[in-house]
Design a protein around this ligand. Structure first.
Ligand code: NAP
Length: 257
């Protein structure tokens, strides 16, 4: 039985990943805060033949996350863990700063939440000779854009953490795929007002791209790749020139969950 954990599985990309993975012989462990939404995803996954367990948890609650993950790992040793839960903030519609609480919340959910998922599972994976991690970052992590400062910082952290884990434990059988998606349709992206360079694909298409990268054992997946390359190039420019170009890419984020 293939045992998989997915955080942020109640909607959006996490739900699409769970459904794409659902099949006979797969044990899915779904995390999110909205129990009813999780159960709806679980029912669809069971319909595809998977066995499914759900837990309504905030990924920021390190103690509760560790207890739940260790229990699942004891019962059905986890082979693939997907850190997908995320939240976004951004500057106000009037360009006002995000504010300390909102900025901190993004770092806690996106980065700390990733650590809270990975760290409890890592010792078991290494003791068993390896495992797979898929860490969902963002293209926004490649160069700070003016309207999403804390989000960009949290996603840069997710990317860097995954790269470090791969370098540290790759020779011991740990396969880490760090993902930097561009826009895909979801509740999160629906709150972002602004031109989407690179367009917007469906959550199902993005999920398929990320899972293909995991299946192929790729260490990174950047989608679309050319936008990732452009943002990386922007990050290499002298700060004043880079800032001037970054100011051409503006977003306004409508507050939400
Ligand atoms: N949408 C995009 O264009 C885009 C682009 C690049 C990267 N991403 C990243 O892709 C991932 C999925 O995004 P999405 O667009 O699918 O977002 P979404 O539709 O808003 O879904 C976010 C998921 O994360 C869960 N979540 C949020 N805060 C949580 C918390 N504190 N504890 C537990 N679960 C939490 C939500 O579940 P509950 O509300 O039930 O807790 C939900 O299942 C995120 O990491 C996001 O940053 C998105």
């Amino acid at each position: 039985m293939r045992s998989v954990v997915v955080s942020g599985a109640s909607r959006g990309l996490g739900a699409a990943l769970a459904e794409a993975l659902a099949a006979p012989g797969v044990a899915l462990h779904l995390l999110g805060r909205d129990q009813a939404a999780l159960e709806a995803v679980a029912a669809r996954c069971r319909g595809r033949g998977a066995e499914v367990w759900c837990a309504a948890l905030d990924v920021v609650d390190a103690a509760a996350m560790a207890a739940q993950l260790r229990e699942w790992d004891r019962e059905r040793p986890v082979g693939l863990a997907i850190a997908n839960a995320g939240t976004s903030g951004g500057t106000g519609l009037d360009g006002a700063p995000e504010g300390h609480d909102a900025a901190l919340r993004q770092v806690r959910v996106n980065l700390e939440g990733t650590l809270n998922l990975v760290e409890p599972l890592l010792p078991g994976m290494l003791a068993r000779g390896g495992g797979q991690l898929l860490l969902v970052g963002s293209l926004m992590g490649f160069r700070g854009l003016p309207d999403l400062p804390a989000y960009a910082a949290s996603k840069a952290g997710v990317w860097t953490y995954g790269e470090a884990l791969r370098a540290a434990h790759g020779l011991r059988g740990l396969h880490v795929t760090v993902a930097a998606p561009g826009f895909f349709a979801s509740a999160m992206s629906a709150r972002v007002r602004g031109r989407r360079a690179g367009g917007e694909v469906s959550a199902e298409v993005m999920a398929a791209r990320l899972l293909r990268a995991v299946a192929q054992g790729r260490g990174r997946v950047v989608s679309p790749w050319w936008l990732g390359a452009g943002l990386r190039a922007l990050a290499l420019l002298p700060p004043r020139l880079g800032d001037r170009l970054a100011r051409l890419v503006r977003f306004r984020v409508v507050p939400g969950r």
